[in-house]
Design a binder for this molecule. Structure first.
Ligand code: ZN
Length: 102
């Protein structure tokens, strides 16, 4: 496959993927303040629940190591996969057929 994934398809991935469920595959999450879910960050040796997940807006952030981003960023970091491979993995799980643009 060549080119870039169509931006509309990337938006669909974000909209149709349950960010909290993806993150919970790597670290347990519990309800925290301000409608956040909190958990221990899988990207540094976390002794507290520094990982904040804002499922409503599809963003996560770690107050310990400063990592953060969207669901694709999380999969890239957690699974060590490229942007495209991470997006494809999520698209397949959400039954989204990706289109590629040059
Ligand atoms: Zn961290």
């Amino acid at each position: 496959m060549t080119g870039h994934i169509h931006p509309d398809d990337l938006r669909r991935i974000e909209q149709e993927t349950d960010l909290a469920a993806v993150i919970a595959e790597h670290t347990p999450l519990a309800a925290g303040p301000n409608e956040q879910l909190r958990g221990q960050c899988p990207f540094h040796d976390d002794q507290a629940a520094n990982l904040a997940v804002r499922a409503r807006i599809g963003r996560w952030h770690c107050f310990g190591c400063g990592e953060g981003g969207d669901v694709i960023t999380f999969v890239m970091r957690a699974e060590g996969t490229s942007f495209a491979a991470s997006a494809e993995r999520l698209a397949e799980a959400a039954d989204i057929r990706l289109r590629y643009v040059d």
